[in-house]
Design a protein around this ligand. Structure first.
Ligand SMILES: *Cc1c(COP(=O)(O)O)cnc(C)c1O
Length: 399
């Protein structure tokens, strides 16, 4: 079968919740993916930053294979020999006392919202059912009913109501607006250190630090959604590290499993996560031995291969090269590490389609932004290979 045949199958049998770039991938390795017609591409999306470690990393593959032969799922009705070591490794790496293992990013965010409310009622004395959580315009945190309830994207919410109450929206990057929105019933502020889906929006310098201080002063939990920005993507282990901020609560997902298996987690100290009691929360697959073994290997790869530093170095090189493109089509190049957005003067999709034809896979985000977020294992030579193709498509003289 050729690409068209597979795309037709999707079109017929898959609900039309996506508008994919027209490429049918059959295998991948490192930063490269191969389609069913024999073409190769450099991957500049990394499955929305879920494959920071590179596609099909042999070390993660070996861990997954070995664990699949031992035991894959126990449920949390019993203990297993993988979850504890995984969470210890994750907590020691990030500097938190406890974690809740979940599967998808949206589940981690839902878990964070739940613990924030519980903390508010128990520790802050917020009256029953009155807890408020402040979020930012342009946020993205997943697709569950409660999460879309606080989205500023109309399409995410339209015809999916009734929506979950208890959220307040403030402009992203505006610490004064946050301070003004806080009431005695505010339990948490949920923020992405860089908004990925919102268009690779980098907030003003000092914003996260001030927001964290405002939260601390008002006894409000500062919750960073690092599902896309975390685990080296922006050139720091957590993007919050760039600003010297230690969030009260952190959500991780995506690259936590190096793209092999859905693994997410909520991190916080005992004073927060210690409030969960048996029966409060759960997940059949959360903390399962297969996911835990995969995540252990994914974290090992991140550390042992120095991918955080690599992201910072390659990101600086790549962003420098993108910024030197002379083009009236480009309004701005922004980002940190290997999370880079190129804001175009018109819709980004046609550029992404052309880039695909040239062997570069990326996806438009927020209409006018081309996001470049390759696996962190990408080499300087590979970036040079890509720039030879990207530059003519984004530069002047091209239409
Ligand atoms: C992708 C993403 C999520 C949701 O993760 P899923 O695994 O798709 O549910 C949440 N927050 C941010 C910042 C994300 O980028």
């Amino acid at each position: 079968m050729k690409s068209e045949d597979f795309m037709k199958l999707d079109d017929t049998y898959a609900a039309h919740t996506y508008h994919p770039i027209e490429v049918v991938i059959e295998r991948a390795e490192g930063a490269w993916v191969y389609d069913v017609d024999g073409n190769k591409y450099l991957d500049f999306l990394s499955a929305y930053s879920a494959v920071n470690q590179g596609h099909c990393h042999p070390r993660i593959l070996a861990a997954a294979e070995a664990q699949m032969r031992r035991v894959t799922l126990t449920s949390r009705a019993f203990y297993n020999d993988q979850m504890g070591p995984f969470l210890k490794q994750l907590c020691e790496l990030t500097g938190y006392e406890m974690a809740v293992p979940m599967n998808t990013g949206a589940e981690a965010v839902e878990t964070a919202l739940k613990i924030a409310r519980k903390w508010g009622y128990q520790m802050k004395g917020v009256p029953d059912n009155q807890a408020e959580i402040i979020v930012c315009e342009g946020n993205f945190a997943g697709r569950t009913i409660s999460i879309i309830s606080f989205s500023s994207e109309e399409q995410y919410k339209e015809e999916f109501g009734p929506l979950t109450p208890g959220f307040k929206m403030v402009p992203y990057g505006d610490a004064d607006a946050l301070a003004e929105a806080i009431t005695p019933n505010t339990v948490a502020f949920l923020v992405e250190p860089i908004q990925g889906e919102g268009g690779v929006n980098v907030p003003p310098a000092g914003y996260l630090k001030r927001a964290a201080e405002i939260c601390a002063a008002h006894n409000v939990l500062f919750m960073a959604d690092e599902i896309q920005t975390g685990l080296g993507r922006t050139g720091a282990l957590l993007c919050s590290d760039h600003d010297g901020v230690r969030p009260d609560v952190v959500t991780l997902g995506k690259a936590l499993s190096g793209g092999f298996y859905p693994v997410s987690a909520v991190l916080a100290d005992r004073r927060v996560l210690g409030l969960f009691r048996p029966g409060d929360h759960g997940s059949t697959f959360g903390g399962n031995p297969l996911g835990s073994a995969v995540a252990r290997a994914a974290l090992d790869v991140l550390v042992d291969e120095g991918l955080v530093d690599r992201s910072r170095e390659m990101g600086a090189y790549f962003m420098g090269r993108l910024r030197r493109i002379e083009s009236d089509h480009i309004k701005e190049v922004r980002g940190k590490g290997l999370l880079i957005g190129v804001e175009m003067a018109s819709l980004a999709r046609p550029y992404c389609d052309e880039l695909r034809d040239a062997g570069i896979l990326c996806k438009d985000t927020h209409a006018t932004v081309v996001r470049f977020a390759p696996p962190l294992v990408i080499s300087k030579d590979e970036i040079d290979w890509a720039m030879e193709r990207i530059e003519p498509i984004l530069s002047n003289g091209h239409q």
